[in-house]
Design a protein around this ligand. Sequence first.
Ligand code: AMP
Ligand code: MG
Length: 708
Amino acid sequence: MVDWSARSQPSPKKPTKDAIYIGHDDKVPMYCRTRHNAMHVLYDLLDKAISAEHSVLLGFDFAFGYPNGFAETLTGKPDALAVWEWLAKHIEDDEKNQNNRFDIAAQINLKFIGDGPLWGCPANAEGPNLSQKKGTPDVQLAIKRQAEQVVRSAQPVWKLFTTGSVGSQTLLGLPRLQALRKRYGDKLQVWPLETGWNLGTAPITLVEIYPSMLTHKNPFPSLDYSWKSNSDIYDIEDAVQVRGMCEAFARLQKSGHLTDFFKAIPNLPNANRVVREEGWILGAGHSAEQNITPPPLKNDCFALPPGVHWTPVDDALNQLRQRVSVVTSVETIAVPAATGRVLSKDVHARRSNPPLPNSAVDGYGFAQSGTSDGPNIMPLIDGRAAAGVPYDGTVPTGHAVRILTGAVVPDGVDTVVLEEDVTLSDGKIAFHGPLKRGANTRMAGEDVEKDTIVLKAGRVLTGANLALLSATGVDRVDVRERLKVAVLSTGDELRTVGENASDSQIYDANRPMLISLVRQWGFEPVDIGRISDDPEKLRQAFDQAAQADVILTSGGASAGDEDHVSALLNETGSMSLWRIAVKPGRPLAMGMWKGTPVFGLPGNPVAAFTCALIFARPAMLGLAGAEWPAPVGFQVPAAFAKSKKPGRREYLRARLDDQGHAKVFKSEGSGRISGLSWADGFVEIEDQARDIKPGDMVRYIPFGSFGI
Ligand code: AMP
Ligand code: MG
């Protein structure tokens, strides 16, 4: 696996980033200062492999082709390999990395309509046919190849200069690949340009790779990066990536999934054109793990059994829990970026915390066996043990060593006396026994032992979790992609705040509220806007919203004339009106639109808010792969009186007063948004009848229990 580079001078002696790294088998990657040198390293490896009759998967991290149409204009043939030949003829690239790529780029541009597709160069390479900035090229040429559209983060191959640009690497790489083709003849095949969507039969298969896929849209099985501690070279991300790619492909081969990667991804448009002209990135669009793209929910997943009238809240929640399953795919990301993300797998400690016994205080360390009850006097040895700077020698019994908090406990020491409990004079310490063996030290692994499960799948990661992962040596985690939640409001009366509104119109309060909740829950909101009560417009909005993982609407969800959300979902046959015995709340319209679940919340802001917290949140956490939440509440004395009939559960907007008693909002009207904003939690009154007098205990659930 080769990480290529377009440097114009040899890279520094000391391994550095943005240089060439060659990863092979499970070896530490090789650093190459020039392309010339890299080719010789490769020739050597390949010659050996061939004489040993091994098969080689040889990957390079630049584009093997250009977007459709380029090859034909440049060479007269719609064939990526013709571009390789053309470049091999024109590119000069000497043993010291000096090359003519910008001149050749200008020559290429001349063959195209407009400014030509290639752009980006240092100021001194600019000329009439190549500029530093993007020009207006022929609109027929796509910005990205299809493969790059799948992996998204890949840069267009047209850009030749500055960070992340792959264009120059391609110009300087393809001639080298052509040289490989010449040298190895029919012993080498290029996938998929020569093999089609198959592995091919030659000993060497040349493929395009995109190492960033290890962390984004990752189709590979998850890796154990423990080898990172084997060499300083892994301080450089490129080296980690080539080694990671080697391991990823090796694991796929072991599990029998590698051959799948050579097949076209299902539903790839113009798959033949891709084979001839553009090439493909090995693994792009594929999934190695069964659960990486979970199956969508079934169309009838929200259907309730017939004859159900008013469902108690707990039953409704149980039903929801059974019906939703995770829909988001898995990616591997760096731990510091993982706040709010959902673990897709259990995580094991890579190392113990602490890894070695260490001191819990600043003081003096010695062997407890060398102490006695009553006064002790001990000579201090030279040197000290500090955090990160261990004392290397052995401390003889009967001697003490200066030790600081966090320092590894040296050999010969098992006990530490606190600095404040010691008198120091003449290179000796005096203190009072007895001391317990192990006093003031922390045992290795007393917090966490290596290989134990530190966090389970489904955990939504918090700052404290990131601390635990980091302390136990875990630097990457497999998490679910963020759940995308499309939010829309319905109603002819609605205007978006900032728009002009007549007195018969109201401002859309639900959408900003729901978008904010969605964000606080760690999901990615997609704002679809306000939609008038018009079936056609709503249909279009739903089509757009169906790109997300779930659709959250408010308004129009009952069964009346203007309840278009229900009407539209009814058409799909997937609609179910969940009549839940809860106040505030109207029926929830639950259904599927083109494979995407829809939660139709009531229009009244208070009801929309309550239903979002009580029902939509757990359902969305389920879709996101998180553990099912159980909001924590506690019993507090009521600061109000209320009498309630049996039959439904009530959620009152509440606030704790300074004695810790729950007050409730003066009005229960479900249009009173001021009460929502005033409240810091709910008082939940059970389904049965209740006659509450001030001082009676009631269940208060802070909003914090709902993750907001
Ligand atoms: P609906 O469920 O569409 O019948 O709406 C019920 C009540 O909620 C009506 O008084 C609506 O005007 C109001 N309403 C609906 N959507 C919103 C919204 N996005 N913001 C504020 N009020 C709304
Ligand atoms: Mg309405």
